[in-house]
Design a protein around this ligand. Structure first.
Ligand code: GDG
Length: 485
């Protein structure tokens, strides 16, 4: 019998990542993401384990070439708590991760900006991998333990886990938007997904809108009778017991104090000065920071900046737009196409409007360290966050947290979860090209006192609602959720 734990965090990725070099030697890095820092205090306090994938492909059990190969174990002392790796072979990654997760669920839940594909041969690995995760958790969880399942890759885990371990208290949090009913209903496996999610005691979303979409679906699809805070379900396995599933909004956030502290360091400030100098000390530095993803609306701001350059509202030398796009999901076709489109747009705008020595757009397709990123936040006068749809968007909050002197302006899409909280940004509809252009000009040219007042209000919000508050409010709600044992 393996060692058992009181708290089990389950996410597609472990908080550490494996990198394999050409000879197959593995090196490990800790992933510095917000989720890890939010959970770190709880993970240290409780007897906890994190279940997830390491990012390296496991040998394929059916391939003669891989026969007898085994993965090197994860070093013991590297994570914030015990780690349990769920192995995924190349074939699993293709069908489950690149397939069903990122070619079906991701586009469908983001308002079908890219067309979701519905392939039966990708649904099967989704079920199979979710089962693999659920089985692992069932082995590792102590009697009555708390289990926190994360995100769209693992929506079936709560239901599968409840079947195996009805004694557990199970929370599920979705990091991406939950779509309107009409979109969700396209999914051929809509019932299975809903039943998977309803295996949890608490289902959390970023926004009240996501929670409302989910509750409305329980009525429409499953003929249940939800109220504003949850829904009663009948547990077939437990002789028709009624069980309450609590549903609510838990807007995720960042380690605000840490971003503020990095921004205040001499290193960050020197680096910011250097960035501005290298850009030719323009009056306005505009910035975008995203994974290179079609949901993020990188094209929206490129179009706006190009048109503003074309009509002379902004001039090279006076304003520079820097787009940092970190590489993402490079094996998925829609992402390959997107990269070509974005780079074509940038090339065109540079060719049409650039001047020797004064390029109006700078583009980095490379991952940066967190410190380098903060230096860009400090250097930027206007932050452009224009997703077509986004669960939350942490970049918007990170920018605000880094503006320790209350200067700077945020242009933010109404369709990012962050818009619910950051109401003092310059809110835009990313589909309204003229509106986006007007908002950028307003952000560049507003009275500094007005900008400071807006930034102060946004900073108060992100300091008050940081990632620790997010994690503890979810875990407290889970602890209080009704359950039958
Ligand atoms: C999903 C949801 C939700 C980006 N480039 C670099 C880098 N980043 C960091 C940012 C930020 C994170 O990655 C991106 O977070 P976002 O929230 O903006 O977006 P997703 O990756 O799509 O995240 C989203 C989130 O989950 C949490 O629930 O907010 O809606 O889609 O922290 O700073 N970090 C470094 N170098 C880079 O080049 N170090």
């Amino acid at each position: 019998m393996p060692q058992q734990f009181d708290l089990v965090v389950v996410a597609n990725r472990l908080p550490v990542a494996a990198d394999q070099d050409a000879e197959g030697a593995t090196s490990w890095t800790r992933s510095p993401g917000g989720l890890v820092s939010a959970l770190e205090p709880v993970l240290r306090k409780e007897h906890a384990v994190w279940v997830g994938w390491s990012g390296r492909p496991a040998p394929d059990p059916y391939s003669t070439e891989d026969l007898g190969l085994e993965l090197e174990p994860i070093p013991h002392d590297i994570g914030p708590c015990a780690l349990s790796e769920v192995e995924l072979s190349r074939e699993d990654i293709e069908g489950f991760y690149e397939g069903f997760c990122n070619s079906t669920i991701w586009p469908l839940y983001h308002d079908a900006i890219a067309t979701p594909v519905y392939h039966r041969h990708q649904w099967e690995p989704y079920v199979e991998i979710n089962r693999r995760f659920a089985e692992r958790v069932a082995e590792l969880a102590q009697e009555g333990a708390t289990v926190w399942v994360h995100d769209y890759q693992l929506q079936l885990v709560p239901g599968m886990l409840r079947e195996r371990r009805p004694d557990l208290r199970i929370g599920f949090f979705l990091h991406i938007p939950f779509p309107p009913i009409e979109l969700f209903l396209q999914l051929p496996w809509r019932r299975e997904v809903m039943q998977g999610l309803l295996g949890a005691d608490l289902v959390g979303f970023h926004t009240p809108g996501g929670a409302a979409n989910f509750l409305a679906l329980t009525r429409r699809l499953l003929e249940l009778d939800p109220d504003d805070t949850g829904v009663d379900v009948v547990d077939v396995l437990r002789a028709g017991d009624r069980r309450r599933v609590t549903v609510g909004a838990f807007p995720i956030s960042i380690d605000t104090v840490e971003y503020d502290a990095i921004a205040r360091t001499v290193e960050a400030q020197d680096a910011a000065v250097e960035i501005r100098e290298k850009l030719g000390n323009p009056k306005h530095v505009l910035l975008g920071v995203d994974r290179l993803d079609y949901t993020k609306g990188i094209d929206v701001r490129l179009k706006a900046v190009s048109e503003l350059l074309a009509d002379g509202s902004i001039t090279p030398g006076d304003a520079v737009f820097v787009q940092i796009a970190s590489p993402s999901r490079e094996n998925v076709e829609d992402y390959q196409r997107l990269r070509d489109e974005i780079e074509l747009m940038i090339g065109r705008a540079m060719g049409d409007h650039g001047d020797i020595g004064a390029p109006p757009i700078q583009y980095l397709h490379q991952p940066l360290s967190r410190e380098e990123l903060v230096a860009f936040y400090v250097a930027a006068d206007v932050m452009l966050v224009t997703p077509y749809r986004d669960g939350m968007n942490l970049v918007a909050k990170e920018y605000v947290a880094s503006r320790y002197d209350d200067s700077g302006a945020l242009v933010l899409s109404e369709f990012a979860g962050a818009a619910v909280e950051l109401t003092d940004s310059f809110l835009v509809n990313p589909y309204d090209a003229d509106g986006v252009k007007r908002a950028i000009l307003a952000a560049m040219n507003s009275d500094p006192d007005e900008l400071r007042a807006r930034m102060r209000a946004m900073r108060a919000q992100v300091f008050d609602h940081d990632v620790n508050r997010w994690a503890s409010s979810f875990l407290t709600a889970l602890d209080r959720s009704e359950y039958s044992r």
